[in-house]
Write a protein that binds this ligand. Structure first.
Ligand code: SAM
Length: 267
C-alpha cells in the first residue's frame, strides 16, 4: 500500500445517500490543515466529520472545534474525540441560523463535503454567514473548478459569479477515487475560499443581483441583452450595456462579476 494511504478499521458501512466516501489518504488532511492554518486563536467548524479522518488533526492544533454531522452512527467515534456539546447532529442545511453556535474567536470552516450538497453548503456560508476568515473544502473537482474560474473561461458559470461576489477562490490539489472508501466515480479537489469583508447592506445588494444573474445563466448560450430585454422590459438595458462597456453581443459567460454588479445596481 502506498505510504500516503492508511487503513480505517471502524466498520460502519458507507451510505451512498449521505455522500459518504471516507478519506483514507493522509495527504488530504495534510493539505486542508496547511491551507486552513488553524490554531488556538480560532474556532473551527467541520462539516461532515464522518469517522473523524480530519477531526483528529484539527483537534491537535488546539483550535476550538465544532462538528456538524448528519449520521448519528458516528456518535461513538466522534464523542470519543470531543465533548458532546461540540457536536451538532442533523442536516447542516436544515439547521436554522439561530441554532448555530456563536463563534467566540475568528471562524475557520472546513470539510470533506458530500458531493450532493457541496454547493448549497458553500452558498449558505457566503450568503448568510457567520462569515469565516477562511473556508477549505474537499469537493467534486468540477465544482471546485467552476467556483474559482474567471470570466470567459469555458467553465465560467453562475457558481463562478456567485463565489466571486463574496470571496476570493482558488483550487488546490486534485485527488482521485483511490483516496476514498468506497471509491467515488469522480475526482475531488481542494477549494480555498477567502470571504470579502462587506456590510450586511452590500451583501444583500449582491444577493438581489444574483436573482438576475441566475435568470441569465439559465439561458447561458443566449445573448444576455436579448434575454434581459425580453424578461425585464421596463429597464433600458441597451443604455446600461453601453455605459458599463459590455458588448451588446455578450453572452452571460462574457460578463465579469464586477460588470454584473454594475448592471443590476439600483434597479
Ligand atoms: N470527513 C469524513 C472523511 O473525510 O472521511 C467524511 C466525509 S464524507 C465525504 C461526507 C460526510 O458528510 C459524511 O460523514 C456524511 O454523513 C456527512 N453529511 C452528509 N450530508 C450531510 C449534511 N446535510 N449535514 C451534515 N453532514 C452531512
Amino acid at each position: 500500500m502506498n505510504k500516503h494511504f492508511r487503513n480505517n478499521n471502524n466498520f460502519i458501512k458507507a451510505k451512498k445517500s449521505l455522500g459518504q466516501n471516507f478519506c483514507i489518504d493522509e495527504r488530504i488532511p495534510n493539505e486542508i490543515i496547511q491551507e486552513l492554518a488553524p490554531s488556538k486563536d480560532f474556532c473551527v467548524w467541520e462539516i461532515g466529520p464522518g469517522k473523524g479522518a480530519l477531526t483528529k488533526r484539527l483537534i491537535e492544533t488546539g483550535a476550538d472545534i465544532h462538528l456538524f454531522e448528519i449520521d448519528q452512527r458516528m456518535e461513538e467515534i466522534l464523542e470519543g474525540l470531543c465533548a458532546k456539546d461540540q457536536i451538532t447532529w442533523g442536516d447542516f442545511l436544515e439547521l436554522s441560523q439561530d441554532k448555530l453556535p456563536t463563534p467566540t474567536k475568528p471562524l475557520l470552516v472546513c470539510g470533506n463535503l458530500p458531493y450532493y450538497c457541496g454547493t448549497p453548503i458553500i452558498k449558505r456560508f457566503l450568503e448568510k454567514g457567520p462569515t469565516p476568515t477562511r473556508l477549505v473544502f474537499l469537493l467534486q473537482h468540477e465544482v471546485a473548478v467552476k467556483a474559482s474560474v474567471p470570466v470567459n473561461h469555458k467553465e465560467y458559470s453562475y457558481l463562478s459569479v456567485h463565489t466571486a461576489l463574496f470571496a476570493k477562490a482558488r483550487v488546490g490539489n486534485k485527488y482521485g477515487p483511490a483516496s476514498f472508501v468506497p471509491q467515488p466515480k469522480i475526482d475531488s479537489s481542494i477549494l480555498i475560499l477567502e470571504p470579502i469583508q462587506m456590510s450586511d447592506e452590500e451583501r444583500q445588494k449582491r444577493i438581489e443581483a444574483l436573482k438576475f444573474i441566475s435568470a441569465l445563466f439559465n439561458q447561458r448560450r443566449k445573448i444576455a441583452l436579448s434575454t434581459l430585454k425580453r424578461t425585464f422590459p421596463e429597464t433600458d438595458w441597451t443604455e446600461r450595456f453601453s455605459k458599463i462597456g459590455i458588448d451588446e453581443k455578450a453572452r452571460p459567460e462574457n460578463i465579469s462579476p464586477e460588470q454584473f454588479l454594475e448592471l443590476f445596481d439600483n434597479l
